[in-house]
Design a protein. Structure first.
Length: 254
C-alpha cells in the first residue's frame, strides 16, 4: 500500500457527533475530503455541512439525536449501517462546557457536561465497537480531548473532569479493542476559535495571556484538525492506539 492509499478513506463511513459547526464541521469536512461518507449527529439539521460534503463528491446523512441522553445511541449505529451499509470510523466530537466558580458550581451544570462529554462518548463508542467487531474488518474511534485533559484550568470543573476522563477511557478502550483491530485515539485541540472559547477571546486580558503562551501565536482553527483526524481515521495509524495527539500550536511545549 503506497502512502496515498494509507491516508485514503475512500468509501469508508464516518460518524461525527456535533458536526453542525465549529471543530466538528471541520473534522467531518476533512474526512470527506479524504474520501469518507459522513453521518452527522446532533440535535439540529446540518444543511451547510451537507453542502460541503456534496461539494467534494461524498454522501451525507443526518441523524437527529439529543446527546445529553444515551437513549439514541443504538439507533445512531443502526441507522448509519442501514443507510450506508457499514460503520468504519466514529469521531466523538460533541461537547459542552459550563463555567462557574468551583464553590458555587451546580449539580445540574455538572451532570449536563458529564452526560454529553463522557457518558455518551462511552456508550456510543461501545455501540460502535460492537458493530465494528461484528463487521470483522476493524475500525477507528477518535475522541476529542482538550488541553484541560492535562491541566486543571479554572471555573470549569465538570469540563476538566470529563476531558481528563476521555483520555483514560481512550487508553482503556484501546487496550480492550486492539484484539478486534479497532484503534482508539484522541485529539487534544489547543486553544481554538470556537463558540466555547468566545468568552476567553472576548476578554482582552485573558486572550492576550493565552496568545503569549502559544508558540504559534494564534488561536487554532477547525482546519488545523483535518490532518490529525484523517491520520487517526486511516490505515496510516494502524499501529497507533491509546494515544492523545495534541494539536495545540505548541502550548504544551511552552
Amino acid at each position: 500500500m503506497d502512502i496515498k492509499q494509507l491516508f485514503s478513506l475512500t468509501d469508508k463511513v464516518a460518524v461525527v457527533t456535533g458536526a453542525r459547526k465549529g471543530l466538528g464541521f471541520g473534522l467531518a469536512e476533512g474526512l470527506a475530503e479524504a474520501g469518507a461518507d459522513i453521518v452527522g449527529v446532533g440535535p439540529y439539521p446540518m444543511p451547510e455541512l451537507e453542502t460541503a460534503i456534496a461539494r467534494v463528491g461524498r454522501r451525507f446523512h443526518y441523524i437527529e439525536a439529543d446527546l445529553t441522553s444515551q437513549e439514541r445511541v443504538s439507533a445512531i449505529v443502526d441507522e448509519t449501517v442501514e443507510h450506508f451499509g457499514a460503520l468504519d470510523v466514529l469521531v466523538n466530537n460533541a461537547g459542552i462546557i459550563r463555567r462557574g466558580d468551583m464553590l458555587d458550581f451546580t449539580e445540574s451544570d455538572w451532570d449536563d457536561v458529564i452526560n454529553v462529554n463522557l457518558r455518551t462518548v462511552f456508550f456510543l463508542s461501545q455501540a460502535a465497537a460492537r458493530r465494528m467487531k461484528e463487521q470483522g474488518r476493524g475500525g477507528k474511534i477518535v475522541s476529542i480531548a482538550s488541553m484541560l485533559s492535562f491541566q486543571g484550568g479554572i471555573r470549569v470543573p465538570s469540563y476538566t473532569s470529563s476531558k481528563s476522563a476521555v483520555v483514560g477511557l481512550t487508553k482503556l478502550m484501546a487496550n480492550e479493542l486492539a484484539q478486534y483491530n479497532i484503534q482508539v485515539n484522541a485529539i487534544a485541540p489547543g486553544y481554538m476559535a470556537t463558540d466555547n472559547t468566545q468568552p476567553l477571546r472576548s476578554d482582552e486580558v485573558r486572550s492576550r495571556e493565552i496568545l503569549a503562551r502559544i508558540p504559534a501565536a494564534r488561536w487554532g482553527t477547525a482546519h488545523d484538525l483535518k490532518g490529525a483526524v484523517v491520520f487517526l481515521a486511516s490505515a496510516a495509524s494502524n499501529y497507533v492506539t491509546g494515544h492523545v495527539l495534541a494539536v495545540d500550536g505548541g502550548w504544551l511545549a511552552r
